[in-house]
Design a protein around this ligand. Structure first.
Ligand code: NVA
Length: 212
């Protein structure tokens, strides 16, 4: 019915299968606005912001510190696809999806549980909340599991001197990122937030605009 009412649907939900079912049974464009598996629209904005500040992707190292969640999955795929090196630091029990790690084979990709190792010489540092939407009941357990998985001065000290910091927001200051690092990089982070708008418009033009 929605396919007859609408020109397209952007769906934000939990289960990836719900999005895929909608795309299979609908006849209009379906845009993934976030699932617990991936967050592709966010990562388009992130890549746009990196290109805006750094002018290129080739030769750059992207590092993600934290939960191997939807953001980690999409950053690995997005970062590698545009030609960046990607390093991930996550606790052993919170790794990215197996199929994403499979995809990463053959690319310049590394994974460790030591944040300082992953951040070495990084050009762009990412993190995300320790507890994602829908996982609120695990908050206390996750606070213990993710202790130390934080972008702070020690991490900035081993990254490149001109490293940029990105966060998909909302940030939990003093958990996954310190107040100090967040404020020092607020301009890059809010540019990233603005770029959600521009990247999103581009997706709509691509899937709902005039077809070439
Ligand atoms: N991992 C976070 C991303 C929020 C934009 C979540 O799923 O809640």
């Amino acid at each position: 019915v929605l396919s007859r009412y609408l020109d397209g649907i952007m769906i934000r939900t939990f289960e990836q299968k719900e999005v895929e079912d909608l795309a299979e049974y609908g006849s209009i464009p379906i845009i993934n606005g976030l699932t617990d598996f991936c967050h592709p629209c966010q990562v388009l904005a992130d890549l746009m912001t990196i290109r805006e500040f750094k002018g290129r992707f080739e030769g750059l190292k992207m590092c993600y510190i934290g939960d191997g969640n939807n953001m980690a999955n999409s950053l690995i795929v997005g970062g590698l696809k545009v030609g960046m090196e990607v390093s991930i630091a996550c606790p052993k029990d919170y790794q990215p999806a197996a199929e994403v790690l499979e995809f990463a084979k053959g690319y310049k990709f590394s994974m460790t549980d030591v944040p300082l190792e992953a951040a070495k010489d990084a050009d762009v540092l990412f993190t995300d909340v320790w507890t994602s939407m829908g996982e609120e009941a695990e908050t206390e357990k996750r606070k213990i599991a993710f202790k130390g998985y934080q972008i702070n001065d020690d991490i900035m000290a081993v990254a490149k001197a001109d490293a940029m910091v990105q966060h998909c927001l909302p940030a939990h200051r003093e958990e996954e990122i310190t107040e100090k690092v967040f404020e020092a990089h607020a301009n890059e982070i809010f540019e990233e937030a603005e770029n959600r708008l521009h990247a999103q418009k581009a997706v709509m033009v691509k899937v709902m605009g005039p077809q070439e």
